[in-house]
Design a protein around this ligand. Structure first.
Ligand code: FES
Ligand code: FES
Length: 158
């Protein structure tokens, strides 16, 4: 066990975790942030995706001890003052989820895309989400949701 400090959703957090703890373990079991999901544990499905310094990473395999001083954003960190991120609102408007298991990771990858490329082509959206699986087959609605957010102006609140 060893302590590590990282910034999670804008707050400095210090946790005491096992030497081989993953970021996903730490978020879910130490910090009670359950939005990132365990799917495959093998970097194959994307359910565990969070942002580290604004870039999507598979948290299921990322050793948390590599992340001292880095900034992590989970799905819980996207809303501001009780308001959903515009991208989340677009997913609701398009009814882009069924079970929702895949969505926190997909929304975070899409958030990173729109932060870098506010008006992506459909091909760019597909490429950015290629790291994700949706077992419910909601892919077309998910793509429409990202396009809707881009068309409406996708900047984050505040
Ligand atoms: S749980 Fe991490 S990629 Fe599937
Ligand atoms: S909405 Fe069920 S896995 Fe994507």
């Amino acid at each position: 066990m060893a302590a590590i400090t990282l910034n999670v959703n804008g707050r400095e957090r210090t946790v005491d975790v096992a030497d081989d703890a993953t970021l996903l373990d730490t978020l879910r079991n130490q910090l009670d942030l359950k939005g990132a999901r365990f799917g495959c544990g093998l970097e194959q499905c994307g359910a565990c995706t969070v942002l580290v310094d604004g870039a999507p990473v598979y948290s299921c395999t990322r050793p948390v001890h590599d992340l001292a001083g880095r900034s992590v954003t989970t799905i819980e960190g996207l809303s501001r003052d009780g308001r959903l991120d515009p991208l989340q609102e677009a997913f609701v408007a398009e009814q882009a989820g069924q079970c929702g298991y895949c969505l926190s990771g997909i929304i975070l990858s899409a958030r990173a895309l729109l932060d870098a490329t506010p008006h992506p082509t459909r091909a760019e959206i597909v490429a950015a989400l290629d790291r994700h699986l949706c077992r419910c087959g909601s892919h077309n609605r998910i793509l429409r949701a990202v396009e809707r957010a881009a068309a409406q102006g996708s900047a984050r609140h505040g």
